[in-house]
Ligand binder design. Structure first.
Ligand SMILES: Nc1ncnc2c1ncn2[C@@H]1O[C@H](COP(=O)(O)OP(=O)(O)OP(=O)(O)O)[C@@H](O)[C@H]1O
Ligand SMILES: [Mg+2]
Length: 305
């Protein structure tokens, strides 16, 4: 089986190229929403899924660390408003979240935690859902802080909750690129398709890429991707992109038990190699094209409203 994963690593599979094209398509669409912000903004990658427990938080966390190792300035936003557990995986303590900035008294610096590799982290229960319910003045003040944060960052990785609740969908709609995580299990594939359907129906025009996690081998993972992509093309007229197949790997479970991201606990494990590959592809793509659009947080408020 090891050789299958090696094959994947060397498989040109045109992923970078197609994704680069997809990003261009996405940017063109997003340019319709050009803002007045001058500095380049971080591109925002949302990691989401239809079914819960498929590996989003592990993927988002490890991806953020890998991107930081590639010299990107990374912000990891735990947007799981119910059960966020990035802090658990990163083994960091968070005392404040954005709601404390909204209610006054705390600054963004108090909210941001520093994780491994210098990854900045905004922990769960982030209070971002309250953005729609505050006065316009407060909204502008907060958005100024958040936009500055986005200007000081290369990539924001957003770990969303599972399922098609409006908060999860809103975070995805405000992002530049959505990674939908599924496993080869039929229910996870069906729920991934359900999530994609909602995003497309709500008018999301950016690239959507599929990550198949916990695969027994590359072939199984690629088959799962093909089935989801086929349904999306046939019934939604939406092309999906293949991002990665990540193996089922006991090392990841061992790392979770010791509250460490697998990429740090077991950097040579099979799943770590695949995560590094995913990160380097995304980073490469980022160098080729920086996001230029109206800003994640501004768009988020628009969707929340
Ligand atoms: N590649 C993998 N190999 C083996 N086990 C895995 C792998 N990925 C995830 N898991 C298992 O799945 C569990 C759940 O992972 P994670 O918390 O990242 O999922 P999630 O999609 O964020 O869940 P939720 O929907 O509850 O937020 C992990 O604790 C681990 O036991
Ligand atoms: Mg999670």
């Amino acid at each position: 089986m090891a050789s299958s994963w090696t094959t994947l690593r060397h498989d040109p599979n045109q992923w970078s190229e197609t994704l680069r094209r997809a990003m261009t398509m996405g940017d063109q669409a997003l340019n319709l929403h050009l803002s007045h912000d001058a500095a380049p903004l971080a591109r925002v990658i949302a990691v989401t899924s239809g079914k819960g427990g498929v590996g989003k938080t592990n993927i988002a966390t490890n991806l953020a660390i890998c991107l930081a190792h590639l010299k990107e300035r990374v912000l990891l936003l735990d947007a799981d408003l119910s059960l966020g557990n990035v802090d658990f995986l990163m083994d960091i303590r968070s005392r404040y979240n954005i709601s404390h900035v909204i209610s006054g008294g705390k600054s963004m610096e108090d909210v941001i935690q520093y994780g491994p590799g210098g990854v900045r982290v905004i922990c769960g229960g982030s209070g971002l859902d309250k953005l729609a319910n505050i006065s316009e003045d407060e909204q502008h003040r907060l958005l100024r802080h958040l936009s500055r944060l986005q200007q000081e960052t290369d990539t924001i990785v957003v770990d969303t909750g599972a399922g098609i609740s409006s908060s999860v969908v809103n975070f995805c709609l405000a992002s530049d690129h959505v990674l939908v995580v599924a496993t080869p299990e039929a229910s996870a594939m069906a729920d991934a398709y359900g999530m994609i359907k909602v995003l497309v129906r709500k008018g999301y025009q950016g690239p959507i890429s599929i990550v198949i996690n916990m695969a027994n081998n590359v072939e199984e993972g690629k088959r799962a991707y093909t089935r989801i992509a086929y349904a999306a093309r046939r019934f939604l007229q939406k092309d999906l992109y293949f991002a990665a197949v990540l193996p089922k790997d006991e090392r990841l479970c061992m790392a979770v038990r010791s509250r460490k991201p697998v990429i740090l606990a077991y950097p040579r494990s099979r799943v770590s190699s695949s995560l590094k590959l995913l990160a380097s592809r995304l980073s490469e793509m980022h160098c080729a094209k920086k996001a230029s659009h109206g800003g994640f947080f501004r768009k988020l408020v628009r969707w929340l409203n």
